[in-house]
Design a protein around this ligand. Structure first.
Ligand SMILES: N[C@@H]1[C@@H](O)[C@H](O)[C@@H](COP(=O)(O)O)O[C@@H]1O
Length: 257
C-alpha cells in the first residue's frame, strides 16, 4: 500500500488524474483489450475527473478503449433525477470525454429484479476479465461505495440499506431534505473492489480524518514514512526510465522490489 499526501483537493485530483492516465497509456488499450476502470461518485473524485477531462482535451489521453464500471447507484431514484449517479457521472465526466456510452456500466437501481441486476453486474465484470484499476472514495464512517461498516470483506454486488449517518451526510445533495434521500442502494461489494488489480482511494477533507486514521495509523512518523517512500519510489522510477533510454549500463540500477 502507498499513501500519497497532498495539501489540497486540486493537487489530489491532479496527482490521481495523472496516475490513472499513466496506467491507461502504459496499458495501450485496444478494442479487443480495453482498460477496465472502476469509478466512484461523490465530491471527492470531482477534481480527478476535471484533470482527466483536461488531459483528454489536450490530446494526452483517450477513453475510446476504456470500459467503466461504477461503484453504486440509489434504488428507485429515477435515472434522470439530478442526483442519480447516472446523471452525476454523465454530467461530471462521461459527457466531457471520448468514451462511447456503450462502454459505460452503471447499476440500474430501477431494475425490476434488483438481485438479478446485481448478479449480472458481477458476471459482466468477470466476463471482461476483471477490473484493472478501481478508483473509490470513502464516506465519513469509512464506507466504500455503499458498503457500510460491518460489510463482509467477502461481499459482492448487492442491495444495501443505507446507514442513517450516510443518509444524513448525503442530504446535502437533496436540498438538505433528509426524507428525499433514498434509503437503499445497489453497490459493488468489498470483494468486488478487492478483486481489482489495483485500488486507488481518494480521501479528502477533515470530515474523513477519523475514518482514515482507523484505516491507517496516521501519526507524524507514518506521514514521514510514506513521504520518504514516495521520494525513493520517484528516484527508482527515474533510474528505470534512464535505464530504458540507455540499456548499455543495466548493472548500475538496483531492483525495484
Ligand atoms: N456512495 C457514495 C460513496 O461512494 C462516496 O465515497 C461517499 C463520499 O462522498 P464525498 O466524496 O462527497 O464525501 O458518498 C456516497 O456515500
Amino acid at each position: 500500500m502507498r499513501l500519497i499526501i497532498r495539501d489540497d483537493a486540486a493537487n489530489v485530483g491532479e496527482y490521481i488524474g495523472n496516475y490513472i492516465a499513466k496506467r491507461i497509456n502504459n496499458f495501450k488499450p485496444t478494442a479487443e483489450k480495453p482498460f477496465v476502470l472502476g469509478l466512484p461518485t461523490g465530491s471527492s473524485p470531482i477534481p480527478t475527473y476535471k484533470h482527466l477531462i483536461k488531459l483528454v482535451k489536450a490530446g494526452q489521453l483517450s477513453f475510446k478503449h476504456v470500459v467503466t464500471f461504477n461503484m453504486d447507484e440509489y434504488v428507485q431514484l429515477p435515472q434522470d433525477h439530478p442526483e442519480s449517479y447516472h446523471t452525476f457521472m454523465f454530467r461530471e465526466f462521461f459527457s466531457q470525454v471520448d468514451i462511447p456510452p456503450s462502454q459505460v456500466n452503471i447499476l440500474n437501481g430501477n431494475a425490476k429484479d434488483l438481485i438479478g441486476e446485481c448478479n449480472a453486474y458481477e458476471a459482466k465484470i468477470k466476463a471482461i476479465g476483471g477490473i484493472e484499476l478501481f478508483l473509490g472514495g470513502i464516506g465519513e464512517d469509512g464506507h466504500i461505495a455503499f458498503n457500510e461498516p460491518g460489510s463482509s470483506l467477502a461481499s459482492r454486488t448487492r442491495i444495501k440499506t443505507l446507514a442513517y449517518d450516510t443518509i444524513l451526510a448525503n442530504a446535502r445533495f437533496f436540498n438538505n431534505d433528509i426524507a428525499a434521500v433514498p434509503r437503499m442502494a445497489l453497490t459493488v461489494g468489498v470483494a468486488t473492489v478487492l478483486d481489482s488489480r489495483e485500488v486507488v482511494v481518494v480521501v479528502s477533507g477533515q470530515r474523513k480524518a477519523l475514518a482514515l486514521s482507523k484505516a491507517i495509523e496516521l501519526k507524524v512518523k507514518t506521514v514521514k514514512y510514506f513521504k520518504s517512500i514516495e521520494r525513493v519510489q520517484d528516484e527508482v522510477e527515474a533510474m528505470h526510465a534512464k535505464l530504458k533510454d540507455d540499456p548499455a549500463e543495466p548493472e548500475q540500477i538496483g531492483s525495484m522490489e
